[in-house]
Each structure stands twice: as C-alpha cells, then as structure tokens.
Ligand binder design. Structure first.
Ligand SMILES: C[S@@+](CC[C@H](N)C(=O)[O-])C[C@H]1O[C@@H](n2cnc3c(N)ncnc32)[C@H](O)[C@@H]1O
Length: 238
C-alpha cells in the first residue's frame, strides 16, 4: 500500500492537456523534454521514468533508442500514461525494483513533488547498476517557487524564502499547475548535495529553459563502478 498522498489524482487529463499545450503553457514542458534528451543522449535498453506522470517524456526517450517504462504514485496519472508506456504504481522513496537492475533512470518535473527527496535519490542509486546514470530535469530552484516572482519582461524577483526548504502550498503560486498541487522548494546546494550524499558522481549540470533566465535545471549523475566517498544508505537487504 502506498502511504504518500497522490496530489495529482483527479488532475491527470487536465495536467496532460496543459503540458501538451502547443502555446505558452506547454513551452516549459517542451524545453524540459529536449533538455532530457540532450542529457540522456542516444542509446539502447530499458530506461526507468521515476514519477512518469502521464508518460509525456516517453516518445522523446524512444526516439533516442531507449525503451521507457515508468513508476508513479498517482493511479490517475498512470491511467493516462498507459497510452504511452508500460508503467506501475509505486513510491519513488520505496521503489518496487530489485537492487542494481536498472541501466538508466530519469525524471522530469518530479523533484519538487517528492515528499522524501533524499530517500528517493537513494532509491534511484540502489536500483541502478554500477555505471548506470540518473538524469533529472526539474524547475530551477533559484528562480521558481513561492519565493520568486516572474514579470512579463522575464525579470525574476527572488525573496529571502529561497534559503529555506519546505513544501509550499498551491496558494503561494501564480503558475498554472503549481497553484493546484503546490511544490517542494529545496535550495540548489541541497539538491546537488543530496545526489552526492547518496553516492552519485556528478556528470553534468545544465541551466536552461525557454526564457533568457534559466527556468530549468538538468542534472546528470552516475553510480560509480566502485563506491567511494559519502556512502549509501540503500543497498543492503534488497
Ligand atoms: C509534475 S508531475 C511530472 C510528471 C512527468 N514526469 C512529466 O514530465 O509530466 C510529478 C509527478 O510525480 C509523481 N510523484 C509525486 N510523488 C511521487 C512519489 N513519491 N513516487 C512516485 N511518483 C511521485 C506525481 O504523481 C506526478 O505524476
């Protein structure tokens, strides 16, 4: 049984429509899937989409040569995702996947939805094969969130709230989707340090997006062949 609240239940068809909007509402999503493709590169084999939502990244990932499959908390999201990829219900912080089986994993727009971010990153590490990569594309924490205000000319005003981690409920947001589901805010250093603390090595970071200031952060990390440095919570026992 899944103990975490699926905030996207009841919103799946609407979410999918907003993300696929050919106009401004879909701009950030299109840019995120291109960033994902850039960081993944071409290849073969299975690729696990952690927090696959309605499966919107699947087509782009298939074009790269991989076969995507997904896991998400929300059964409603999975109902739509089933049109695009094989996917099952599961919690990113307790992945229903054996250790060291997954050659490649990725997430788009998920880190700001995870209640237990450090557990989810440790789980990604646990299920990856040594040498396996995890790519995460998320909104850039410096310039998105309840602490920031974006003007029509692209100027972003960032308030002191940037420095504090926490869940920000929907009413703190002007944006379409976040005003419904809220978001977790974690400062940039906390995000990067969570990957390093889990044992990952940093491969590449990109700050990008459709506007002049970077609204997206892309992170590519690798599970080393030989574990080193700050060590891993997760691999024992599974
Ligand atoms: C903003 S949506 C992104 C969905 C998809 N990756 C995309 O690009 O459209 C965030 C997704 O994360 C899922 N999610 C949130 N917490 C989760 C968890 N603990 N385990 C698995 N999925 C989770 C939500 O159900 C939702 O589908």
């Amino acid at each position: 049984m899944i103990g975490v609240k699926p905030r996207y239940d009841g919103l799946a068809e609407w979410y999918d429509e907003v993300m696929r909007d050919p106009g401004d509402r879909g701009l950030l999503a299109r840019s995120a899937y291109e960033t994902l493709a850039d960081l993944l590169g071409t290849g073969r084999g299975a690729a696990l989409d952690i927090g696959c939502g309605t499966g919107l990244a699947a087509e782009r990932v298939r074009m790269l040569g991989y076969e995507p499959y997904g896991i998400d908390l929300s059964l409603d999201q999975l109902g739509v995702a089933s049109r695009r990829l094989q996917a099952v219900q599961g919690d990113a912080a307790r992945l229903p996947v054996a250790s060291r089986r997954v050659p490649l994993a990725y997430s788009t727009f998920v880190s700001s939805d995870l209640d237990e971010f450090d557990a989810a990153v440790s789980e990604a590490y646990r299920v990856l094969r040594p040498g396996g990569r995890y790519v995460s594309v998320c909104v850039h924490p410096c310039l998105n969130g309840g602490h920031s205000q974006v003007s029509d000319d692209g100027t972003v005003v960032v308030r002191p709230g940037y420095a504090s981690s926490g869940y920000q409920s929907g009413f703190e947001f002007g944006s379409t989707i976040r005003s419904h589901v809220g978001a977790w805010h974690r400062p940039l250093a906390e995000i990067i340090n969570t990957f390093l603390a889990a044992g990952f090595g940093l491969v590449r970071l990109v700050e990008t997006g459709p506007a002049t200031l970077p609204s997206l952060l892309g992170i590519s990390v690798v599970k080393p062949w030989t574990p080193s440095g700050p060590q891993v919570r997760g691999e024992a026992g599974r």
